[in-house]
Each structure stands twice: as structure tokens, then as C-alpha cells.
Design a protein around this ligand. Structure first.
Ligand SMILES: Cc1cc2nc3c(=O)[nH]c(=O)nc-3n(C[C@H](O)[C@H](O)[C@H](O)COP(=O)(O)O)c2cc1C
Length: 236
């Protein structure tokens, strides 16, 4: 097998209250570019399709992780947890499963007041189990954002997402990408285009770099694991 034959799964998660908006459009484009490498299959999920409620801080996920660690040893990673590990049953189990099955994750969210929308923060908080169980430790991730203005919160939104993805145990492999949904990022909406982000060449270039790096590193991690299996060193 050659490295060009290795294929990875990319999960794109978009968190905005708006269906079919700029963020969704841009993430769809990112996933198309990933597929165009010939080495990725992709899936997009929209957080609006999930009715997520806030983390209630019950600590049940942590207690379960620690109980299993006490049995198998604290140096065993990933912690062998069977399935979903949150006390709230609101459909998030399906999304956690998709994250576990992916090789790479893209988190896309618009800039909301120099930060991210509350829905996205809620989603991140509800992923707390991954901080402690290391089930995402061999996966890569990147963050993407879109704002009205070129420089009005993209950096802080990206930084928040990159740090959060990293805290969840993912390997953040690039700066990410930022784009604008107004002409030249001047804050004037383009009425004649449904997706103003389409016109943002700078945003498209940044996205292209982030996607290619994501696929490249995910493929190399997967190839490394396959090679380890081949020479019988085990897969972890
Ligand atoms: C509550 C709210 C706060 C926003 N705050 C900012 C901001 O701080 N900076 C910015 O550039 N754009 C801001 N925007 C604009 C959005 O980031 C922009 O419209 C983006 O394209 C929305 O993505 P969507 O089309 O996928 O919903 C804000 C929009 C809303 C609704």
C-alpha cells in the first residue's frame, strides 16, 4: 500500500443558528476541497439539528472515566469507555460517535461579539468526557470562522476554538481560517449574493491552506498506524 491509497474521514461541524448561511456554505466548500485530494471522505453536521442543552456540571462523565482508569490503569489511553458518556440524553450521543469515528474534525462558527455563538460553547462543554478519556488523541482538527468585518473578532473566535479543540485532546494542526461575509470585509452586506463569503478570495486561500494541511497530517497519522500494525508493534 502506498500513502496515496490511505483515506481519512473528515467530520465538519458547523455551529450557527442560521441554516444554509455563509458558514454552512464555506464548510461545504472546505469539505469539497478535502474530497478533491482523493484521500478524504467527508460528512457535515449542523449543530442546529441537535437540541443541545447546557452542561449541568454533574461530573458523571468524569466519575465514569476515573472509575475505568482505576480498573485498567491510569496510563492506559484512550480510556476504554463503551460509547456515550454524558448524563444528558438529547441526541448528542450520535454526534460524539461521529467524532470518535472521524480522523479529522473541522469546527466552523461565525464571529459573535468577538467570540463564538453560545450554541458552539454549549457543544464544546458537552464534550468534556474527551478531555479526560483521550478518545480523540490521534485525530487532527482545525477551526474556521466568518465575520462581517475583516478584523472584528476572527482572531479571538479562532483562538477560542483552537484552544477548546486542543483541550478536547485533538491535535490542532493549523492556524485555521477566517473569512468575511461582506464585500471586502467592510461590513456592507452584498444583497445580490446569497453567500457573500463566495466573493472573499483571501478567505478562500486561507481555507485552502487549512484543509490541505488537515488532510495531509490526518493521512500521515493513519499511514503511521497502519505501518505499525504491519510491523506488529501494535496500533497505539
Ligand atoms: C449576535 C451577532 C454578533 C455578531 N458579532 C460580530 C462581530 O463581533 N464581528 C463580526 O465581524 N461579525 C459579527 N457578526 C456577523 C456574523 O459573524 C456574520 O454575519 C456571519 O456571516 C454569520 O454567519 P452565518 O451567515 O453562517 O450565520 C455578528 C452577528 C450576530 C448575529
Amino acid at each position: 500500500m502506498e500513502i496515496k491509497d490511505v483515506k481519512v474521514k473528515i467530520l465538519g461541524i458547523v455551529g450557527t443558528p442560521i441554516k444554509n448561511g455563509n458558514c454552512q456554505y464555506q464548510l461545504e466548500e472546505a469539505l469539497k476541497q478535502a474530497e478533491a485530494t482523493g484521500q478524504a471522505t467527508t460528512e457535515l453536521v449542523h449543530l442546529r439539528d441537535y437540541k443541545l442543552t447546557f452542561c449541568i456540571g454533574c461530573e458523571k462523565c468524569m466519575r465514569k472515566v476515573h472509575k475505568i482508569q482505576a480498573e485498567v490503569g491510569f496510563d492506559v489511553t484512550p480510556v476504554p469507555i463503551e460509547g456515550y458518556n454524558c448524563s444528558i440524553k438529547d441526541g448528542l450521543d450520535e454526534l460524539h460517535q461521529k467524532m470518535i469515528e472521524a480522523d479529522a474534525i473541522i469546527l466552523m462558527a461565525p464571529v459573535y461579539i468577538a467570540s463564538i455563538p453560545g450554541q458552539v460553547k454549549t457543544f464544546i462543554d458537552r464534550c468534556r468526557t474527551f478531555v479526560h478519556d483521550f478518545r480523540l488523541q490521534d485525530k487532527v482538527a482545525t477551526a474556521m470562522t466568518i465575520g462581517f468585518f475583516r478584523n472584528a473578532g476572527q482572531d479571538t473566535a479562532l483562538e477560542l476554538m483552537r484552544t477548546s479543540l486542543s483541550a478536547l485532546g485533538l491535535n490542532v494542526v493549523s492556524y485555521g481560517s477566517a473569512a468575511v461575509s461582506t464585500r471586502e470585509g467592510l461590513g456592507v452586506p452584498i444583497r445580490e449574493t446569497r453567500f457573500a463569503v463566495k466573493e472573499d478570495l483571501a478567505g478562500a486561500v486561507m481555507m485552502d491552506i487549512a484543509v490541505k494541511k488537515l488532510v495531509r497530517i490526518a493521512v500521515r497519522i493513519k499511514a503511521g498506524k497502519l505501518a505499525l500494525k504491519e510491523i506488529s508493534l501494535g496500533s497505539e
